[in-house]
Design a protein around this ligand. Structure first.
Ligand code: NAI
Ligand code: CS2
Length: 490
């Protein structure tokens, strides 16, 4: 094995210009790496980060504090080519969630003060799709959610990301401080516009003048983010220990990284383009391409593979028929729905994705990708299938994916192994499976009727509904190989 390339961090300036909500694996391996590289190259100390968790992982917040806010990122091109970076650009970590005793918001006031400070010029987010509290199909704020009801009732003690943004912006408005720019880095379509929708709608419940100020004055650029950063496994920690890195806060990821950002930062921003960030006028084509091709393939692999007892993306993509399914889905069902600028070769993009999925150094668990399907499938599969249905084109791969998702949400795989369905709608799924039992036709109809997930016009397209039902029956009777063979004949 070749010796890894090791890159140490530089002394920090102690200045915080960015607040991040959602201190997870992805933030540590993507945005923080771009900022670390930028700081090292330019010496510009303006853009240190305060990173906060609002819901889970208080351990990570405290672990980073204990480690002097230093951690490592291991970038694997393959098992023989590793770059080990030490990251120091996250200068402060905070926890504003619910502790184990059930009380809220240890550091909430510190976080709000940071967000309200004139020094903070950008607030970034990776709070997962469900952290925006939007109806995934319509993009409207879910005002019936207990967390949002709580933030409407007590806006000065916010518990959600939209609530924190509204309260911090209200404090800035009150103090006459220009607003920060809000940059969502989650895998949502039009993620900037959706974040704006959540924040403005929530602010309307508090004060129409504030809502109007936010709508008119705050910039919410869209972005497309891409780097595969699986949740850490014991095996990952052991591999790092073998490289003399014993760091409980470390993350492992692929070498590939991409960030396409709408260039709309009225309060300024780091010179990101020097680090390879693509600053563009319109992110939408790139975002849709990535969501439908990369994430859509991931979700296909996740549900079909998990049902058959396959554990990781690497194993799934080495299953010849699953790999063929992904290629067919990308080229025949996803690519034709995309409207790309000239020069983008979608065949080459599909090949590059399959090569990335085959990275033998990543243990990307299918159960991780399968989480939160209700929040992910509208943008990954259903918006493309909807577009095709308008011209009466079939989407057999998506139909099979839907069948697999419906079956997956029963909570056990085709071999009878049980697992937890991790999704905000998990309770509803359990009720549907219980209510419809072995009446597959009623079960599939009930899933397609969930209009907060499936667009009405797609559900009403009889050929699609029939294809999902047939795929469900084949999958449950003949297993994964039977379903894939049936698809090949289709
Ligand atoms: P993670 O599990 O390591 O972290 C999830 C983060 O989201 C944590 O900070 C958690 O506290 C926060 N969170 C979850 N639910 C929340 C809620 N309801 N309200 C507020 N915060 C909430 O996951 P990871 O890998 O950091 O991914 C997070 C998001 O980043 C993904 O959902 C996706 O949108 C985006 N992303 C992830 C990539 C990856 O490969 N891991 C790649 C591209 C984008
Ligand atoms: C994955 C993504 O977890 C998932 O749903 O599809 O996090 C994927 O790894 C990233 O979007 C890659 O950029």
């Amino acid at each position: 094995m070749r010796a890894p390339q090791r890159i140490e961090t530089t002394p920090t300036s102690g200045h915080i210009g960015i607040v991040h909500l959602g201190l997870g694996a992805f933030h540590r391996a993507h945005q923080a790496v771009y900022l670390e590289r930028y700081r090292q190259r330019s010496g510009d100390g303006e853009w240190g980060v305060c990173s906060a968790n609002l819901r889970s992982s208080v351990g990570l917040v405290d672990g980073l504090r204990a480690a002097g806010q230093r951690y490592h990122v291991a970038e694997y091109a393959d098992s023989d080519s590793i770059t080990l970076r030490e990251i120091g650009v996250i200068e402060e970590t905070l926890f504003s969630g619910c502790d184990s005793a059930g009380s809220w918001a240890r550091d909430r006031e510190t976080l709000l003060a940071r967000m309200a400070s004139a020094d903070t010029r950008i607030v970034t987010l990776t709070v997962t799709e469900k952290g925006y509290f939007l109806n995934p199909a319509s993009g409207e704020l879910r005002v019936d959610d207990p967390m949002i009801i709580g933030d409407i009732a007590s806006p000065q003690q916010p518990r959600t990301a939209p609530g924190l943004l509204v309260e911090a912006l209200a404090r800035r408005h009150e103090a006459g401080i220009a607003p920060f720019t809000v940059l969502s880095c989650d895998n949502m379509p039009d993620n900037g516009k959706r974040t704006r929708q959540a924040v403005v709608q929530l602010a309307e419940h508090r004060d129409p003048v504030l809502a109007n100020w936010i709508a008119n004055e705050v910039s919410f650029p869209c972005s497309m983010v891409d780097r595969i950063v699986p949740a850490m496994t014991d095996d990952d920690f052991e591999r790092l220990a073998a490289l003399d890195i014993t760091d409980p806060n470390a993350v492992v990821c692929e070498a590939f990284t991409q960030w396409v950002v709408e260039d709309n930062f009225p309060q300024g921003r780091p010179d990101w383009e020097a680090e390879g960030v693509e600053m563009v006028a319109d992110v939408a084509p790139f975002e849709t391409m990535k969501l439908r091709m990369l994430n859509g393939s991931h979700s296909l692999l996740a549900y079909l593979g998990a049902l058959a007892g396959i554990e990781t993306v690497f194993e799934g993509v080495n299953h010849t028929k699953l790999r063929a399914l992904l290629r067919r889905y990308m080229l025949e069902e996803a690519a034709p729905t995309l409207d790309m600028p000239e020069g983008i070769d979608l065949d080459a993009y599909a090949d590059s994705l399959l090569a990335r999925f085959a990275n033998d150094s990543l243990r990307h668990r299918l159960q991780q990708i399968a989480m939160d399907g209700s929040q992910k499938l509208p943008q990954r599969w259903l918006s493309g299938a909807l577009k095709r249905s308008a011209t009466r084109q079939a989407s057999p791969c998506v139909a099979l994916g839907m069948a697999a998702w419906i079956r997956y949400t029963a909570g056990d795989d085709l071999l009878g192994n049980r697992y937890t369905v991790d999704d905000p709608l998990a309770k509803r799924f359990a009720e549907l499976h219980q209510a419809h039992g072995s009446d597959t036709s009623a079960l599939v109809a009930a899933y397609l009727a969930m209009d907060d997930v499936v667009p009405n016009a797609l559900a009403a397209y009889k050929a699609f509904a029939q294809a999902v039902l047939t795929a469900y029956q084949t999958l449950t009777q003949d297993g994964l190989n039977g379903a894939l063979a049936a698809l090949e004949r289709n």
